[in-house]
Write a protein that binds this ligand. Structure first.
Ligand code: AMP
Length: 349
């Protein structure tokens, strides 16, 4: 999606991926190698004016030597903060952004103490390399500690108080090297099993959107950020509680491809290439639905008026994001009806 956005701008991409059949290979040259392979990374840097990433588990350490060879945007510090849930929470707390009560866990005794202190329900998560609900265990009561420990126990964990939220929302924006910031309308997100099922945007809630924008800008300023940044929140009793940040284009921003004047992908490229940022004005009422585990019937979905279809060309695997569709309507009511139609044709597996 970055390569597609770059094409009309005259921005050409070259990718590094561990697999030769990466979706990007249909659009641009792909260097095949591990994401921390120093030779491949050096090759990538030599071919590039600027290096970016669209997955936050790229090893931050591997990027350090590249900083001498190419511009790395967003900054490596942002990537490293987002890779450790404790560091992420420490940053949010330092910036006065509310987070769930939490504790670092490096052993079972510590886990028992944390569960006693913070109570149940709670979520035991790996601090690193967890995303889309991977590496998480919900403890409904203290009798689940053994089961949780058998499932993901070890070092480098975090225990978080369970947030009883009315909604999950996310804010996505871009900051340029000169400090220009643009922010997209707030999106409301529905997850299942820890993975995003669909987003609705703009989610009209001016007070929450204003607050989320303030928090996003605080993080951008603190990290001297360049590129697209997303923050996901729980809405708890009308108040935002930050869950996590993503230093990259974000799934809850995919709707901006059809739903806004400038997509998050284009604004990410504009930001990292030193170009002026584009308008984030919404063009109507949008819903974005992920295709997970299997591809739906394309031809039937295309029968829904205002629907755009995106097939990433990936092999099917349970829970894998294989594509998405976006519905754009001028009225929220029509968007909701079309979304309901689309959901009858999409099964998440
Ligand atoms: P994460 O990988 O942290 O984004 O978690 C994935 C999803 O799991 C979130 O979007 C929530 O739906 C759920 N979840 C994660 N942490 C919590 C929590 N502390 N309380 C309630 N739900 C959570």
């Amino acid at each position: 999606m970055l390569a597609l956005a770059g094409y009309p701008l005259g921005v050409r991409c070259v990718f590094l991926d561990s697999s030769p059949d990466a979706p990007a290979a249909e659009l641009a040259p792909v260097l095949v190698g591990a994401l921390d392979d120093p030779l491949r990374l050096a090759e990538l840097a030599a071919q590039s004016d600027v290096v970016t990433f669209d997955w936050e588990n790229v090893p931050g350490r591997a990027l350090a030597p590249l900083e001498k060879l190419a511009r790395i945007r967003p900054p490596r510090a942002a990537l490293e903060v987002s890779q450790d849930r404790m560091r992420e929470k420490a940053l949010f707390t330092r910036l006065n952004i509310p987070v769930a009560a939490h504790a670092a866990i490096d052993g079972k005794d510590q886990c028992i103490r944390a569960v006693r202190k913070l109570g149940t329900p709670g979520v035991l998560k790996t601090r690193r390399l967890g995303y889309d609900g991977k590496g998480q265990f919900v403890l409904r009561d203290t009798t689940h500690i053994d089961e949780a420990w058998d499932s993901i126990g070890g070092r480098g964990l975090i225990y978080e108080a369970f947030q009883v939220f009315s909604r999950e929302v996310s804010i996505v924006g871009a900051r340029s090297a000169s400090g220009q910031i643009v922010v997209y309308p707030l999106a409301a997100n529905r997850h299942g099993g820890g993975i995003l099922h669909y987003s609705i945007a703009p989610f009209s809630h001016p007070a929450l959107e204003r607050r989320a924008t303030v928090y996003l800008k605080r993080v951008m300023h603190a990290l001297r950020y360049v590129g697209v940044l997303a923050i996901e929140f729980f809405v708890v009793k009308g108040r935002l509680v930050a869950n996590e940040m993503a230093p990259r284009v974000h799934n809850s921003g995919h709707w901006t491809i059809e739903g806004c004047v400038t997509s998050q992908f284009e604004n990410h490229l504009r930001a990292i290439c030193g170009l002026p940022l584009g308008s984030t004005r919404p063009l109507g009422h949008t819903a974005m639905v992920n295709f997970l585990g299997n591809m739906p019937d394309r031809d039937r979905l295309l029968g829904i008026d205002g629907l755009a279809f995106h097939d990433y060309g990936k092999a099917a695997r349970p829970g894998r994001k294989l594509g998405h569709c976006t519905i754009l309507k001028s009225r929220a009511k029509d968007r909701n009806l079309a979304l309901a139609d689309a959901l009858t044709l999409i099964k998440w597996t």
